[in-house]
Structure formats: structure tokens, C-alpha cells
Design a protein around this ligand. Structure first.
Ligand SMILES: [Zn+2]
Length: 100
């Protein structure tokens, strides 16, 4: 770990570029520094810019890169609060029907 020579950095930069293209994104950052430095990507579907790290990308299955806007990572809590708001809005509309 530590020092990465320029040739290796260029090779990794090129692989990041390929992974970005495969995932409908383009790499905005102009150089690869190290696996822990944030890289900037832009989603080609919605135009959202997002950060990712080479160390994280590599650790994922299929070296996937995902736009947080097109592929939001939902947690269990998000799911329940979404469900709750749907149920509440249904209850509210039912109540308003009762009133009218
Ligand atoms: Zn997107």
C-alpha cells in the first residue's frame, strides 16, 4: 500500500472509466489518486453527480457503480416510513370522504 506509480494510476483510471460507461455514468474526476480518495461521477440517465471511491467500487459485486438518484439504497426504516405515509394518506382521504 501507499505509493502507487503513475502507470498503475493510469491503468486504474482507465478501468474506472470503463466501469462508469458500463453503468451509464461518466467519470468527472480527471485523475485517480488512491483507492480512498473520492471520485466524481455523473449519471447519464438523470445528470446527477455523485461520489464514490475506488476501494468501495472494487469491493462490490461486479464492480458496480450506481447513481443514488436512479438506484436509491432503501433501508428497512425508509420502507416502513414510506408504507406508513401511504397508509396515513389513505386514512386521511377516507376521513375527508366521511366528512363531506
Ligand atoms: Zn441517475
Amino acid at each position: 500500500m501507499g505509493f502507487i506509480d503513475k502507470k498503475t494510476r493510469l491503468q486504474i483510471f482507465e478501468s474506472i472509466n470503463q466501469i462508469a460507461r458500463k453503468n451509464y455514468a461518466c467519470l468527472v474526476s480527471t485523475e485517480f489518486i488512491n483507492r480512498d480518495s473520492p471520485l466524481i461521477f455523473k449519471c447519464l440517465r438523470c445528470g446527477t453527480q455523485f461520489n464514490d471511491k475506488w476501494g468501495c467500487i472494487k469491493s462490490r459485486k461486479n464492480e458496480n457503480l450506481k447513481c443514488p438518484n436512479c438506484n436509491p439504497q432503501k433501508t428497512k426504516e425508509d420502507y416502513y416510513s414510506e408504507l406508513k405515509s401511504i397508509v396515513e394518506s389513505k386514512l386521511l382521504s377516507r376521513n375527508s370522504n366521511y366528512c363531506s
